[in-house]
Design a protein around this ligand. Structure first.
Ligand SMILES: C[S@@+](CC[C@H](N)C(=O)[O-])C[C@H]1O[C@@H](n2cnc3c(N)ncnc32)[C@H](O)[C@@H]1O
Length: 258
């Protein structure tokens, strides 16, 4: 469920944080959020998650376990500033090629600069496009990753179908996303941190509390682990499983195109 529904006037609505907006409006709003935070995005990730996003991303790449085989191809969707792509290329000992796709040119610009500084410019390609309409042929990639991206996409089902289409048979799908905390004390502490501390830190570091309020609200609107696994299955993936990180603050879903 990507929370899409038909309004009385016959238009489609979707969630934008806790609000409902016309389906076509959500993407524009999301794009403004990431244009606004792009330059401070990496620093904010460390502050917001107390560095834990690094461990979750390392866990994602370890589960993917990219082979050290020249020609092995990753598509990292909503790849932003390149965190997953760089880790995958490095884990493949420089053999993999990673295409970083994102709808936001400001995020990609930061990613391109980081790739150049790390000596990974040749191993990476940056593409500005929408996860809902991937500009690639069927069966083009060995793996598809998306980290903290899918909840921002207005039509999640469309993004999942596209993921399935561009993967080769035998290809792997991995999605890392904030999820449902299911621990009584942790969930209260996490709630307080999310709704009070994160927008304040956002205001101090980026001057933009509103963008971070959206990010927190959008986490709460995202489907729970089991529900999201069912959506991945409906897109055609098999052997769908997931792992929780930090009590469910984040969850990593895996599926195969068999
Ligand atoms: C929270 S960032 C995640 C960046 C990176 N994957 C990471 O884990 O650090 C979410 C990214 O999703 C991108 N995004 C949002 N909607 C998208 C869409 N429809 N297609 C592709 N990317 C999208 C945003 O531009 C942003 O860069």
């Amino acid at each position: 469920m990507s929370e899409q529904r038909t309004t009385a006037q016959g238009g489609m609505e979707t969630s934008y944080g806790f609000r409902s907006v016309a389906s076509g409006e959500k993407q524009g709003r999301v794009n403004q959020v990431f244009h606004s935070v792009a330059k401070r995005y990496d620093m904010m990730n460390d502050l917001m998650s107390a560095g834990m996003h690094r461990l979750w991303k390392d866990g994602m790449v370890a589960w993917l376990n990219p082979p050290p085989r020249p020609g092995w191809k990753l598509l990292d969707v909503a790849g932003g500033t390149g965190d997953i792509a760089f880790r995958v290329v490095e884990a493949s000992r420089g053999n993999a090629h990673a295409t970083v796709l994102d709808i936001n040119g400001s995020m990609l610009e930061v990613g391109r600069d980081r790739a150049a500084r790390r000596g990974l410019a040749e191993a990476t390609t940056f593409v500005e496009a929408n996860a809902e309409e991937l500009p690639f042929e069927d069966a083009s990639f060995d793996a598809y990753t998306i980290a903290f991206g899918i909840r921002n996409v207005p039509r999640i089902d469309a993004a999942l179908s596209e993921a399935y289409r561009v993967l080769k048979p035998g290809g792997r799908f991995l999605c890392l996303e904030f999820s449902e905390v299911d621990m009584p004390l942790l969930d209260r502490a996490y709630e307080a941190w999310s709704f009070n501390a994160i927008p304040q830190i956002g205001r101090m570091v980026t001057g933009d509390a509103e963008s971070y309020r959206y990010l927190v609200e959008s986490i709460r609107k995202f489907p729970r682990q089991g529900e999201f696994a069912a959506m991945i299955g409906r897109a055609g993936f098999e052997r769908v499983t997931w792992r929780d990180y930090s009590g469910g603050i984040a969850a990593l879903h895996s599926g195969w195109k068999l």
